[in-house]
Design a protein around this ligand. Structure first.
Ligand SMILES: *Cc1c(COP(=O)(O)O)cnc(C)c1O
Length: 401
């Protein structure tokens, strides 16, 4: 028998849960792309996208997923043979580095492993060692979605300044924007990368680049820039079609309008950040209680200060993570995230690691429900675990309102 019938909950770190209001806003006839309502509505998106990222910078929007926006960022920042310094704290930082390398950029990776934050002293040293000033930009993730390590972006900028290096700072906020606190301008970020399908609660298929005037000026001659990826007409285009280099992603835009209204004009960004913080801490409290009865269960990032607020990665001991994921999906309607990049080279898949997303359109009952069915799965599967996890999570929620 299954208890999964009812509304399913996709608790993976993207695509995230889409609000019915976002879906309903998309459910309409194709709009005229040459004039009228669509143009007027799109004008309202730009100030909201700037507010979301905490910036007065330029915004370029693309049809594409996160990988596309990595490529877009690289194409605008670099010329062939330029150097990038990538600060990697998991699979996604390494992914951005791989994309850059494939585009002909020389990449130096500072790899801090799969569960540790970046050491800013090492970053500073790497920049000081670049006497010839070949590093054009430092690339990093705000939250690496695989390890769920959160980078101290302001601290990274401070390390770059301490080194006195002129490199631009580009941050992939795909897993964090609209979830974890972020201030592009106040933190001295030159380029911010995001996509529609995580904190922005809109289907996969759109991505965004915010870029400072300093970044625009410093990269004017970047020779990797090709017509589709060029951020200039997308940010400045006098004609509507230039904003998209062709047909606009019409229905995504109506969905995004609704999502931004919910985030910025109804709940408000500080409340959105707070909600994610409380739900994240509820998840961590449950894991801490489970771990107390089984040392094989462990949060991937030991120090809460270095954990992202939108997704939590944890060890469960192979094969239990996979069995638990299968159980919660089959019997309880909750789909948890797989481990990414945690397998040893000898293992085709690692069955000892999973991720719980608490990202976007998620509230207390969804997170507490996901934790409760995880516990039910552990009981059913005979996975040893400490008690009191649900009570601990409930206490965090109670204190958080
Ligand atoms: C999801 C994600 C990506 C990749 O996005 P896709 O849409 O899957 O290409 C890149 N970086 C981060 C931090 C992400 O969370």
């Amino acid at each position: 028998m299954s208890l999964a019938n009812g509304r399913p909950y996709l608790a993976i770190p993207g695509p995230s849960v889409m609000p019915d209001r976002v879906l309903a806003a998309m459910h309409r006839a194709a709009p005229n792309i040459y004039e009228g309502d669509l143009h007027r509505m799109v004008e309202t998106l730009w100030p909201d996208l700037r507010t979301l990222a905490g910036t007065t910078a330029n915004v370029a929007a693309y049809i594409g997923n996160g990988h596309a926006i990595w490529e877009a960022a690289n194409a605008n920042l670099f010329s062939r043979g330029d150097k990038a310094l990538v600060i990697a704290t998991g699979q996604f930082g390494l992914g951005w580095a791989g994309t850059a390398r494939a585009q002909g950029i020389e990449v130096e990776v500072l790899d801090f492993g799969k569960s540790s934050p970046a050491d800013m002293g090492q970053v500073e040293a790497a920049l000081r060692a670049d006497k010839a000033g070949r590093i054009r930009a430092v690339l990093t993730t705000q939250v690496d979605t695989a390890s769920t390590v959160r980078t101290d972006v302001a601290g990274l900028r401070a390390a770059m300044d301490a080194a006195g290096h002129p490199a631009l700072l580009a941050v992939d906020c795909i897993a964090a924007l609209g979830c974890d606190e972020y201030h592009m301008d106040a933190w001295g970020v030159d380029v911010t990368v995001a996509a529609s399908q995580k904190g922005l609660m809109t289907p996969p298929g759109m991505g965004f680049l915010w870029f400072s005037e300093k970044a625009r000026a410093a990269t004017r001659a970047a020779d990797l820039r090709s017509p589709y990826w060029d951020w200039t007409p997308r940010a400045d285009g006098a004609e509507f079609w230039q904003l998209w280099n062709g047909t606009a992603p019409t229905h995504h835009l109506f969905g995004l309008r609704e999502a931004l209204t919910m985030i910025l004009h109804e709940e408000g960004l500080p409340a959105v950040w707070h909600r994610h913080d409380v739900l994240a801490r509820a998840v961590w409290a449950a894991f801490d209680a489970w771990s107390a009865g089984n040392p094989a269960i462990a949060l991937n990032v030991a120090d809460p200060a270095h954990r992202g607020r939108s997704v939590t990665a944890a060890r469960f001991g192979a094969p239990h993570a996979t069995r638990l994921r299968e159980w919660t999906e089959k019997h309880a309607g909750v789909t948890l995230g797989i481990g990414l990049g945690m397998a040893a080279p000898s293992e085709p898949a690692y069955h000892g690691f999973l991720r719980v997303a608490h990202m976007g359109h998620v509230n207390a009952h969804m997170t507490l429900g996901a934790l409760a069915v995880m516990e039910a799965g552990m009981v059913s599967l005979g996975i040893p675990h400490g008690g009191g996890a649900l009570a601990a999570a409930a206490r965090i929620v109670a204190a958080g309102v």
